[in-house]
Design a binder for this molecule. Sequence first.
Ligand code: ATP
Ligand code: MG
Length: 437
Amino acid sequence: MALTVQRPLGTADVTPSEIHKWYTVEQTAQRTAQVFGFREIRFPTFENTDLFLRSVGETTDVVQKEMYSVIAKESKFTLRPEGTAGTIRAVMQNGMLNDALPQKVFYITSCFRHEKPQAGRLREFHQFGAEMIGSKSPSADAEMISMAHTLLNELGLKNIELNINSIGCPKCRAEYHKALRAFFEDRKSELCGTCLGRLEKNPMRILDCKSPICSGIAKDAPVITDFLCEECSDHFTQLKELLDLMKISYKVNPKIVRGLDYYTKTVFEFITTDIGAQGTVLAGGRYDGLVSQLGGADTPALGFAAGLERLVMTMEKQGCSFMEPDKCDLYIVPMGDAAMKKSAELAALARAEGYITEYDLMNRSLKAQMKYANKIGAAFVVVIGDNELEAGTAKLKNMETGDEKDIVLDSTFGEKFSEEAISAMFETEEANSIFNI
Ligand code: ATP
Ligand code: MG
């Protein structure tokens, strides 16, 4: 095939034969969020670039290297690289912080980052994210982690390790930054150009650098947990106690700093080793400063986001079960012109009852139509010949057993496929189990 234009690097198509995997993840995520009392929020695909500069942070990889920005009619816009900034902007702009708190919202959406494409790392990817705004209590942190944990369990995922850390607040970070600067100053000549710039502005960002040399040096750097103020340290202790009570196992990993500047106190990642190097399937944390940074009153908040591609990949790798793809319930096989017209009418009756119904649109022979019905996995086939049509009847074939019955073609056509009607017609309790719906 000589397709003249291919899809852009780092993007993916999802074909109908794979879509049930996505439905499984999306519907499970939606359901999990709803049972935790979260409601869906939608926000634009692009925002004013400033939103991400102010929230994600100017010294992050996302802002320095990965944003898709355009200048359109003198305004600068950016395709969303993540969902938290847009969510918080939308929550604030729609006055939701004046309502009873906490506000609890979720989204399932595409994100765009100009990264080096590889397995589990795309330029357009998808996130399920959830944000809770208004609670400073460690119980809110435990609730978010519990929701993430529930989702991964509901998807049937195993061997996913929860790593948690506290990266403190601006108060504890002042001391920590000093210690980091002193540490990296000694090895300044080895740092990459980007990190050299970060040394002055935001030395914690060096800990998140993907360059092997910088991350090698960072291994021995001082850890934030040794610098936490009393409030942050208490918060972290209480969270750990709550997780123990909830029987959610975790590992304290002082190396986790997260790639976005807005995080404070708790950060966490759920990591698998089953899909190679890009093993963080879900990540999040607290961002108590973000609302005020964006011009609102001081309001604590926290959230997480899961990469849908990485969830699907891990489920495939672990052999988790996906929802069954939809299959045809009823295929109508018309033989002749009059029967063809009747097919459309009968299909409408069956569809009105909710059955997935199709009929021949290719003028195929009986044999070819039966073969096609088989291929699409039709549970039942109705064969209508011109003679039978005159008599007002047709042959109904149970494709699983091969049994055939004569049926009357009347306005009750759709009802003939109900559980009871099918069981009675084929005189078996199980007849219905072959129904696809
Ligand atoms: P990483 O360290 O893997 O680059 P990140 O810290 O940039 O991740 P977040 O911004 O916290 O990731 O995004 C949350 C989740 O979104 C990640 O844990 C991951 O599952 C997913 N994700 C992030 N970037 C990509 C990408 N380029 N392609 C696919 N999934 C991604
Ligand atoms: Mg990244």
